[in-house]
Design a protein around this ligand. Structure first.
Ligand code: MSP
Length: 708
């Protein structure tokens, strides 16, 4: 039997679950259900990443042990997943993986040993001991290079992480290194030979250019005295394994790699390699570190790593606690049907690109696509079968002698027209799902909804019912509609398991849709004579006003100077996951905020920014940096300004020569990679990857002119 193994990232057990963790898990769950229908033997992993300095510190701050701390977070995750029917009891994940499991410790140690014994493709030892000196972000669990942090305001203060805007830790200690620098060619070969190893293609290209620029070795341990909440390095317990080495290994230890745990040995042989679904924020770890560790250990790399985009709020802003624009999962659960949330996640976001999550859009989709769309179609068909056919699925055939009257009523007497349409739609749907284009697959399914609706509206069964001569025509129409509905249930089951099974039941069908193979659907499979079940609305309409009032009334107000409560979640949250106050530590930014949470400034504030017209005089790449260009820009001063711009991935230096640009001239100079940057070039940030597009002028302007 063909096998399919899908994973989500294992989520940091430092904070309560959020929309991001729910989202990737919903997609993975839908994909696995789809593959299960197609006849694959499937395995679906999600879970938590529980080690590291961040969690160690949070636990200390809260006066509990790290394990107690993560146990509470895990309880909240499990309750949330159960609420959204993603747990094993609802046919969801097969394992909730925890990196604190003893079998995982055994597997990680085995992987480490294998890597440590191995030679790199260039014949060196894959792991060596050295000394690490640099900056580490405990929140990203990543070492940061100069262009990945913000230099401190005050001499002597640590720099801040550009992602978390929090201070970095200085690390200067003995460390084991993984010789990643020797794996560049092997990784490029892998990307080349397996075009679907990194998906979507834009991400693949991004990684190819990243690797081509050369790779640095990776520090893969910390001294136990600095990080004790970790898995010890085998045979050297004074050192702790780097949290990403530990976390990534979960994908294989969970299926029995390197351990004898009988519950866990579900079949490394059978299920590996996996498809990893991850957010684009952790692409590098999954497409560089992870395959390199595996290549070193002689293990096949994953089948694919698909990096999806990030949810932003309804106005396109990054979701953050500081802005108060995150989605409250308890409210989401209380106010919306689970299947509506699942449908919205797959329909609204183009998988691979960023998307916007707004309650209004969710209500609108629920009402239009589900209540008025699929739900209305279903009750329309079933009510008419009840009314005109005594609750029994009629025959779809029109006999020779009735063909003429059917034709006279304007009905297409050739059943193969609709059968052909729906078969074609099914094939497209399968193709889109195979390409992870879930939104397009769903669009196709809704073209079937529209087609069935149109067929009914045009045939007017209520008129046909008045004419005894048109009885067969009426039956044929209702049969076609009911058969289309059956196909829709099979196709849509992975996305909306509960509601499709309910519609199926109302159609009088009792088998489980979870193994109904869409590829094997044949027109005519619905038996005439089937007695339909009780007809009930499956997708109730949401009252927009009251739902919005509820979610908005419950939303945390966006206030200036607010500080997050410093509290650890209490043990096992109640079944309704009453959410505890957020974790220790995060402080909200000081900003005067408008109604939408957007920070307003005075004109006087704007006037503080000295924007000048400049002209690029020289441009060159900065050695050893993939992002930075070193520019000299004439802004009408005695000598040109030296400015470092993070645009090297998008602009060829030569093309910038002579270009008019806008420079922030009074920005405090800062040093990057040993070069002083005396200003900033203004650029638009475009698309989900934030491609910089430099601001320029179409008219002639002198260098040094001020922008006001
Ligand atoms: N623990 C690591 C992963 C280790 S995997 C071996 C980690 N955890 S995390 O808690 O930060 O989860 C990150 C993942 O959450 C993202 O990759 C993505 O799957 C999901 N999301 C987090 N925020 C998100 C959005 N705003 N939108 C969509 N998904 C996002 O990184």
């Amino acid at each position: 039997m063909k096998s399919f193994y899908v994973t989500t990232p294992i989520y940091y057990a430092n904070d309560l679950p959020h929309l991001g963790s729910l989202y990737t898990t919903i997609v993975a769950d839908s994909l696995r259900r789809h593959k299960r229908q197609l006849g694959y033997d499937t395995y679906f992993l999600t879970g938590t990443d529980e080690h590291g300095i961040n969690i160690q510190r949070l636990a200390e701050k809260n006066g509990v042990s790290p394990k107690e701390y993560t146990d509470r977070i895990v309880a909240a995750f499990k309750t949330m997943f159960a609420n959204f029917e993603l747990d094993t009891a609802h046919g969801g994940y097969d394992i909730f993986m925890r990196t604190t499991e003893p079998f995982h410790y055994a597997g990680v140690a085995e992987l480490w040993r294998r890597v440590a014994r191995s030679k790199t493709p260039k014949g060196n030892s894959s792991i060596y001991k050295g000394h690490y000196e640099g900056w580490f972000c405990p929140n990203c669990a990543e070492y940061k290079t100069e262009d990945e942090y913000q230099r401190p305001e005050r001499e002597g203060d640590p720099p801040t992480c550009l992602v978390h805007l929090k201070p970095l830790d200085r690390v200067s200690e003995e460390s084991y290194f993984f010789r990643l620098s020797n794996f560049d060619q092997a990784l490029l070969d892998l990307y080349e030979k397996r075009p679907d190893f990194i998906l979507p293609e834009a991400r693949r290209n991004e990684m190819i250019s990243f690797v081509r620029r050369g790779l640095d070795d990776l520090s893969i341990s910390r001294q136990k005295t600095s990080v004790s909440w970790a898995i010890p390095v085998p045979d050297d317990p004074g050192h702790s394994i780097y949290v990403w080495f530990d976390a990534l290994s979960n994908y294989i230890t969970a299926i029995g790699f390197g351990n004898q745990e009988p519950n866990q040995v579900v079949g490394f042989e059978k299920f590996w390699p996996a498809v990893h679904l991850v957010g684009k924020d952790i692409l590098r770890q999954h497409t560089l570190y992870w395959p390199a560790f595996l290549l070193a250990a002689g293990i096949e790399p994953p089948r694919s790593v698909f990096a999806h985009g990030m949810w932003q709020d309804a106005s396109g802003r990054r979701m953050s606690k500081t802005l108060g624009n995150t989605i409250d999962l308890d409210l989401l659960h209380e106010c919306f049907p689970t299947d509506a949330v699942r449908y919205f996640c797959l329909r609204e976001m183009v998988f691979g690109q960023d998307g916007r999550f707004g309650y209004e859009a969710l209500i609108d989709r629920t009402n239009s696509d589900l209540a008025s769309g699929l739900g209305n179609l279903s009750s329309r068909i079933l009510t008419m079968i009840g009314r005109y056919c005594e609750g029994v699925v009629p025959s779809g055939k029109i006999s020779e002698e009735k063909i003429l009257s059917a034709k006279r009523s304007g009905v297409d007497t050739d059943e193969t027209t609709i059968a052909g349409f729906i078969e074609h739609a099914r094939d497209q749907f399968l193709q889109h799902f195979a390409n992870y284009s879930f939104n397009r697959g769903l669009e196709v399914a809704w073209s079937v909804v529209a087609r069935a609706d149109k067929m009914i509206t045009e045939a007017k069964p209520w008129d046909l019912a008045k004419d005894e001569n048109q009885r067969q025509t009426l039956h044929a129409i209702l049969y076609r509609a009911a058969e289309s509905l059956r196909w829709l249930c099979v196709l849509l089951q992975p996305v909306m398991p509960g509601s499709t099974q309910e519609i199926y039941k109302q159609l009088g069908l009792s088998d489980s849709l979870s193994h109904a193979n869409p590829a094997e659907l044949r027109w005519g499979g619905l038996q005439s004579g089937t007695r339909i079940g009780e007809v009930k609305p499956v997708f109730p309409r949401l009252d927009k006003g009251s739902v919005l009032a509820r979610v908005r009334g419950n939303e945390r107000p966006v206030s200036a100077h607010a500080t997050e409560a410093e509290a650890v979640p209490t043990a096992s949250p109640s079944p309704s996951t009453k959410r505890q106050p957020p974790m220790v530590g995060a402080t909200e930014a000081d900003a005067v905020t408008g109604a939408e949470g957007v920070a307003f400034i005075d004109i006087a504030d704007f006037a503080k920014v000295d924007l000048r017209v400049g002209q690029v005089v020289t441009a060159e790449r900065l050695p050893k940096s993939d992002k930075l260009l070193l520019l000299n820009i004439d802004i009408g001063e005695e000598k040109p300004r030296q400015v470092l711009a993070g645009i090297a991935e998008y602009y060829e230096p030569a093309k910038l020569l002579g270009r008019k640009v806008v420079v922030v001239a009074n920005l405090k100079p800062r040093k990057l990679r040993g070069h002083e940057s005396q200003g900033m070039v203004v650029a638009a940030s475009v698309g989900d990857e934030g491609r910089p597009v430099i601001a320029t002028f179409t008219e002639d302007v002198p260098n040094g002119a001020r922008l006001k």
